[in-house]
Design a protein around this ligand. Structure first.
Ligand code: CTP
Ligand code: CA
Length: 251
């Protein structure tokens, strides 16, 4: 059994975990969202807490209780999540982005509830009352850190660039990739593009993996090109496996 607090292998560390999906408002009662339950991220936060870390859990809207002993910050949108991540990044040792950040948001959120056209009004229109949402891209919270922390271009992680604080060890960055096809190719590409230390990939078309499930079947990709294929595990076990791989990367 692990002991809460001081003697864990993350004692004295500050870690940021993001969890859940973001909600991008269409109007005061509707949003664009995704199927993330937040379970993977909450398990990661709880495991880090049990290993002695100070945990900052930045969560989108989820139906999970606030974990005891974790600093929880609730957000709704990708832009809010980005702001909160930035506000804690300077002193952090690790950032684990398990949140399913919405890639797009409605360009404008209507201030009042959008009313549908009545059947009668719709009949007079060629589109039969269709509604078009104009979506714009959200910033890539993890991806943009590759530039701000490492400098741009092919600068390897940790060398050169702007460090999160001067003379402080660099921030370990871990990403997730939920894929429905070409898992290996997409995962390797994300690891490289976002300059990650680790990328955890899962095939969300499997019944035992991904959204809403309590188990997960993941592949872990390392910065040096190594890849590990983990068996189906409870999400608590996946969380432990991930921290077991992060701890040795901490200087
Ligand atoms: N991510 C992020 N900010 C975004 C989108 C994604 O920080 N706006 C992070 C996720 O939290 C995850 C990683 O980037 O750790 C990969 O997310 P994913 O959605 O799989 O990749 P994308 O780069 O968004 O590519 P795509 O959705 O097109 O596959
Ligand atoms: Ca995405």
């Amino acid at each position: 059994q692990k002991i809460l607090g001081q003697h864990g292998d993350l004692a004295g560390r500050r870690v940021i975990v993001t969890a859940g999906g973001t909600h991008e408002p269409i109007d005061p009662v509707r949003y664009v969202g995704n199927r993330s339950s937040g379970k993977m991220g909450y398990n990661l936060a709880i495991d880090a807490r049990d290993r002695g870390a100070h945990v900052i859990l930045i969560s989108g809207p989820v139906a999970l209780p606030a974990p005891y002993g974790v600093e929880l910050h609730q957000v709704e949108t990708a832009m809010q999540m980005r702001d909160v991540v930035h506000s804690f990044i300077t002193n952090a040792d690790v950032l684990v982005m398990s949140a399913a950040v919405a890639d797009y948001r409605p360009q404008v959120a209507a201030t009042q509830k959008i009313k549908k056209q009545t059947q009668h009004e719709a009949m007079g229109h060629q589109d039969g009352g269709a509604l078009t949402l104009h979506l714009v891209q959200n910033p890539d919270i993890l991806g943009e850190l590759a530039t701000t922390l490492d400098g741009d271009g092919d600068a390897s992680r940790g060398s050169g660039g702007i460090s999160n604080t001067p003379a402080k060890k660099r921030l370990i960055r871990v990403g997730f990739a939920a894929e429905t096809e070409h898992l290996l190719e997409h995962a390797r590409e994300k690891l490289r593009k976002k300059h990650l230390d680790l990328l955890v990939a899962n095939d969300v078309t499997r019944l035992d993996s991904g959204f809403g499930t309590n188990t997960n079947k993941v592949l872990i990709f390392h910065a040096d090109g190594a890849m590990e294929d983990l068996p189906v595990l409870p999400k608590t076990g996946v969380a432990t496996a991930i921290w077991d791989r992060i701890v040795p990367l901490l200087g």
